[in-house]
Unconditional design. Structure first.
Length: 335
């Protein structure tokens, strides 16, 4: 009886021993993993130790140069796929615009931020995407005029925007803080006459691609359908125009890539790139390129040729989409 009582006292220790056996096994496993990791780290350290800093730096620069040379062999391409988005930041109102300069140098990664589609003249500048994300603002600009819509573009150091309640385009220099040029876009509808589907005075859309500066809008003369005009970046003079048959009011957004205008059929969930118009051939086609409208309302969608990405303002979220282009590769024999 006494022995049985002793055994009863020991019974609760059995789960403890089982747990101890499990923990001991886990510790042994951890020790083995640490030994393996130490071996890997030692190998990496020995490999890095074979080069000094300057040599490693030169190897990186050489690789970067080779990659850029490879990119230069890619000519303008046709849009095949849109992936993403990557959410960069959540800020501002439901509507707005954010952008970088496609013609800026490799070391210049400034970001500009313009909240709301009207009743605002303040442009905020950040030195980099990282500063933009953290909110470390570097400068603010108080424009001489309010803007209309969200379809502005920064190109070669200047901001191009539509002056509020007009069809006038303004070119504003960030360096001098002055208006360098302004011009009326003849016959262009404005102030919600021919906006995108979401409204917001988005009648005139300014954009840039590998070829240059563009304005996308609609006129009574073209029955409210989209007109594409290539602009002189200095004088804002219209160099050439193309009249399409796509109703501006039925377009969710649009953007230019390599001289081709791509139009989405909505600004809401389920939007896709539905139509394209090539200024090179003056022909159009209907397309079916879906993309993920993650936050359900897009009020700005613009292509950046340097980044080869689409910048978007998606219901108070600043996001990036990657684009896949079908390229023709130039060879040494090409002229």
């Amino acid at each position: 009886q006494e022995l049985k009582e002793k055994m009863d006292e020991l019974l609760p220790l059995i789960p403890v021993l089982e747990q101890y056996k499990t923990d001991a096994k886990l510790i042994t496993q951890f020790k083995e993993e640490i030994r393996n990791l130490s071996t890997v780290l030692t190998g990496i350290q020995e490999e890095i130790g074979a080069y000094d800093y300057d040599e490693l730096h030169q190897r990186v620069l050489s690789l970067e140069t080779r990659l850029r040379d490879c990119m230069k062999k890619l000519t303008c391409g046709k849009l095949m796929k849109i992936t993403g988005p990557i959410t960069v930041k959540i800020s501002g109102t439901r509507f707005g615009a954010w952008m970088t300069d496609p013609l800026a140098s490799e070391k210049n990664n400034r970001v500009w931020y313009m909240d709301s589609y009207t009743n605002n003249k303040i442009v905020r500048e950040y030195k980099s995407i990282a500063d933009f994300v953290s909110g470390a603002e570097s400068r603010t600009y108080n424009l001489p005029f309010k803007w209309a819509g969200t379809n502005h573009v920064v190109y070669n150091g200047s901001l191009y925007f539509n002056k509020y309640q007009s069809n006038i385009i303004i070119k504003y220099s960030f360096d001098t803080g002055r208006v360098l040029a302004q011009r009326s876009l003849e016959y262009a509808g404005f102030h919600n006459v021919y906006p995108y589907t979401w409204g917001g005075f988005s009648d005139i859309d300014l954009m840039a691609d590998e070829i240059g500066l563009w304005a996308v809008y609609a006129t009574n003369q073209n029955a409210g359908n989209i007109v594409i005009s290539q602009l002189n970046q200095d004088t804002l003079e219209v160099l050439k125009s193309w009249s399409t048959g796509y109703p501006k009011r039925s377009a969710g957004e649009s953007f230019m890539i390599c001289g081709t205008l791509y139009v989405t059929n909505s600004h809401l969930t389920g939007a896709k790139v539905y139509y394209s118009y090539s200024t090179k051939t003056s022909t159009y086609e209907y397309t079916d390129i879906p993309f993920h409208n993650q936050y359900f309302h897009i009020s700005m969608l613009d292509y950046n040729a340097r980044d080869r990405a689409l910048y978007a303002w998606n219901n108070g979220h600043q996001v990036l989409f990657n684009v896949t282009l079908f390229h023709v590769i130039k060879t040494e024999d090409d002229t």
